[in-house]
Design a protein around this ligand. Structure first.
Ligand SMILES: Nc1ncnc2c1ncn2[C@@H]1O[C@H](COP(=O)(O)OP(=O)(O)OP(=O)(O)O)[C@@H](O)[C@H]1O
Ligand SMILES: [Mg+2]
Length: 487
């Protein structure tokens, strides 16, 4: 190595291998990015065992080919045909070599316009480390190791893959499919295909937009918010680029009955967060722009998406591995007040929906049970002497029960309304009992004991004999009915 060169290649190669890709899916996303930027409509990714026992990964696309000059640049760290470009995904000239060596010890690239006119070059980590390789080999004609059947395209082969942790396990390919399906969901929706060992990768949308389980899917909440951010282009001319923020609510009614395992597999539980898309490709997912708001389980039931174009990379703190954002204080100051406000609103809506459905379920259980047990209780005396009329079914049944909640003007915490064959219980929403019994932080046992203590205390108010007799009979009858309901 020449003394004083800026990059100490032999040690740099090991440093760059640890660039910090979150996993093979994130590293492969670099190659898929390049393929789609080269106009590919299909990307085939195949895993196989190599002769040395380590896996080999082949990524083939049908995009525009590289010229030999571009191929040589492509394998350089920092080499790009679009360095600094803000019109697409790639701009650093790092994705192909850094993504590749993060997983493999050797990368070969074949590119062609005619199947018989294939050019090839490569990088070899061992050779770089020993100093044998200090420049990207001049591209040469070489037959590709697979059929290059498309009119043009590129094949990248990773071999001696020593960092594909978990390779061979059942979840390995599933994990990669999930990552790619999510990162490139918009490309898949636009009709592009990613094949993983022959299987089509399906779009995974954390906002559940095009997903329906039990015939129900997520619904947008409010209109998309738009934030124009001012910037100066290379010539110093001021222009604006938009950040779009949208929210979706998941259908609680239809999906809450899933088991916990189903909710996890479907990405509902533990899925709260903001999906950040850069040029239509997911770059991060996390709890961004939430200010003081902490994440709660209720937040699994709504999602947020923030979209921006690469012109705003500096605001979002994008790094060359394109798998994370680090928003600047300036961007946080613009977005957080709005996103945090809507987050609180959506959290409240989820909370209320859960409460209403839980109360509704308990109510229908209670009223159903009371109606069934009512036969065990002597019927209330008829106003006339006539016998109870049979129901439409011809069976003499007990009373039916209904619970309603309303804002009543009087002080009663409940009012019964008994018709001939129905008991209606109207609960006064104005009374604090309603909040104590059904509210967010209700404590059922304590509330029940306070209800009974209040009843006992109210009895103390009635001292006259006639009053006490009625109260005693009322309490006896109440206790018998309760015993029948609970039997
Ligand atoms: N599959 C491909 N088809 C055509 N050209 C490609 C392909 N892969 C890479 N290239 C070319 O190689 C160059 C380097 O790719 P690389 O991913 O390293 O950098 P980049 O895409 O320019 O920027 P970034 O580091 O942001 O991804 C690209 O600019 C592109 O010209
Ligand atoms: Mg790239």
């Amino acid at each position: 190595m020449r003394r004083g060169t800026i990059i100490a290649t032999r040690t740099f190669i090991d440093a760059i291998r640890d660039a910090g890709y979150r996993g093979p899916g994130a590293a492969l996303a670099e190659l898929v990015d390049n393929a789609f930027e080269a106009g590919a409509t299909t990307v085939r990714i195949d895993f196989a065992a190599g002769e040395d026992g380590l896996p080999v990964v082949t990524v083939a696309d049908n995009g525009y080919r590289m010229t030999p000059d571009v191929l040589r640049i492509a394998l350089q760290f920092g080499g790009s045909s679009r360095f600094g470009s803000r019109s697409g995904t790639g701009r650093y000239g790092m994705g192909l070599p850094a993504g590749s060596v993060s997983q493999a010890q050797r990368v070969d690239v074949f590119t062609w316009t005619r199947p018989r006119d294939v050019v090839w070059s490569y990088l070899d980590v061992d050779a770089i480390r020993t100093g044998e390789m200090d420049a990207v080999p001049l591209p040469r004609r070489k037959a590709a190791p697979m059929t290059c059947g498309t009119p043009s395209g590129t094949v990248v082969v990773w071999s001696r893959c020593d960092r594909l942790h978990g390779y061979g396990s059942r979840s390995f390919l599933r994990g990669i499919a999930a990552t790619l399906g999510r990162v490139f969901r918009e490309h898949v929706w636009a009709g592009r295909t990613i094949l993983l060992n022959g299987e089509r990768v399906v779009a995974v949308d954390p906002l559940f937009r095009n997903v329906a389980f039990h015939d129900a899917g997520a619904a947008p909440y409010g209109p998309s918010l738009e934030f124009p951010l001012g910037l100066a282009d290379s010539a110093g001319v001021h222009c604006a680029s938009m950040v779009f923020v949208s929210f979706h609510e998941l259908p609680i009614g239809a999906w809450q009955s899933f088991t916990n395992a189903e909710k996890r597999v479907r990405g509902i539980s533990k899925g709260a967060g903001v999906s950040v898309l850069r040029a239509g490709r997911e770059i991060d997912y996390g709890w961004f722009f939430m200010g003081e708001k902490r994440k709660e389980n209720y937040d699994d039931w709504w999602r947020c998406e923030v979209r921006f174009e690469p012109e705003l990379d500096e605001f979002f703190g994008v790094t060359h591995t394109k798998q994370g954002v680090h928003p600047t204080p300036q961007l946080n100051a613009i977005l957080t007040p709005h996103i945090e406000r809507v987050a609180h609103e959506l959290n409240r809506r989820v909370r209320e929906t859960f409460l209403a459905t839980r109360v509704g379920m308990i109510e229908s259980l209670a009223t159903g049970l009371a109606a069934r047990k009512d036969r065990l209780i002597e019927p209330p005396p008829q106003r006339s002497e006539s016998a109870p009329e049979p129901r439409a079914s011809g069976v003499v049944g007990g009373l039916t029960y209904r619970i309603e909640r309303r804002k009543l003007p009087q002080a009663d915490f409940f009012v019964p309304a008994c018709a001939r064959d129905e008991v209606r219980l109207i609960i006064n929403e104005q009374h604090v009992f309603h909040r104590a019994a059904y509210g967010d932080e209700c404590e059922p046992l304590r509330t029940m004991e306070l209800v009974l203590l209040a009843a006992a205390r109210a009895e103390a108010r009635f001292r006259r004999r006639g009053e006490r007799d009625i109260l005693t009979r009322y309490r006896e009858h109440w206790s018998r009915v309760l015993a029948a309901f609970l039997a």
